[in-house]
Design a protein around this ligand. Sequence first.
Ligand SMILES: Cc1ncc(COP(=O)(O)O)c(C=O)c1O
Length: 441
Amino acid sequence: MLPELDVGDWLYYEDMGAYTLSMATIFNGLDATAIKYHCLEELCGDETSTIVILIEMNVLLTFLSKRAFTEQILKQYFGKLDTVNTMKKRLTDRCVVDLHPERRSTHEIIQNVVSEKQRKGDDDRFVVCDVGDIIQKFQHWVTLMPRIKLFYAVKCNTDEALLQVLSDMGASFDCASKKEIEAVLNLGVSPTRIVYAHPCKPVSSLNFAKSRDVSLMTFDNVNELQKVKETYPSARLLLRLLPEKEFNARLEFSGRYGCSSTEVRYILQTAKDLELNIFGVSFHVGSDIQDPRAYVSILQQSRSVFDIARRMGFNMNILDIGGGFPGEQNTFERFKEITEVINKTLLDLFLPEDNVEIIAEPGRYIAASAFTVVASIMSKRCYQSSADGDVNGQDSAQLKRNVATYFLNDSVFGNFMYGRLYMPGSVIHIPKVVKVRVLFS
Ligand SMILES: Cc1ncc(COP(=O)(O)O)c(C=O)c1O
């Protein structure tokens, strides 16, 4: 339950990093929300605690604390280790980051920002981003699924600092459009670290991908193959599969993209006739999958497509397991359970000696918990509820209650668009409160 609030109080909504900022519109003249970045200093390293790694294309990547990772895992994941540098510098060059030597709660950070804004007479909404949370998510991924290379799904949250940090840590990227590819390449990321993961692409974007050597891409139908033949015949193609069995996900995709098992042979034969290169398979189980068995089922499907394609002579060596992992606070146990199921299933179906590179496209997992939306109460309307009728012997006069409607300076056309588009009627989160009176008393 919320306490009674006043105009000028602030509410904050946690776990707002996934599909929020990137979906916000400019309806009603809304501005882009200012983002306050903060990070526990030791997480983004210093000269002595940072490992910098050099991977293909001479791209320098800064990395994290030696305490958290062994060099062995880093080598396995990225390649050769090289000179020392800091992620901190690159990050702070890009945006203002409040680096704190000791852990600070989101509440405390927000209280500080709010009191600063109050002093300036500024009541604009803002977003707080905990960069350290992103870093730790990446660390957990590498530790729990060292065999699966992380291609962050850019559509989930396109924040520049988020992309920079991921790039510095050696992540790769799932881009769904020309603009997303441009944004990632502008960070200095090698095109070999991008999968163009939209199965249906405009010809102009295919031409663009070709001009930038972004060759790995997904597709799910023969018309797409014709386009690729005409624009980018050397592209490395991943056939996106439609999951045969449905498992409950917060956001279902199964009907929209992916070819069914009955279409596989025909599509592969068309690719063969067109002399195109199918390198592997991709799928996406839907966002925030609730049941880890979803991965078992589609991995079995993938295995049989690998076998069919290899028998047809394709050099199948990439398996893209898409996204779907939970990323909100308190979902770590569920995430861990999913990783255990995936690791075990991969060991059964794709033996390491099979030399299949396994990649994934998590979005929500990386972004959700790092961002908190903070809005202020710009107006309040008080009235008596108009409950009618006689309930349990009480007359309507007794049922009338004092009610307050609060008006925030954010909206479903701003950072709350995701809830409106995909989960009509659902409540996003119970917000937490920063009372201005308490701050200034
Ligand atoms: C092809 C593809 N991959 C990955 C993702 C990221 O999904 P999630 O945020 O659930 O990890 C999406 C989300 O829409 C997607 O469409």
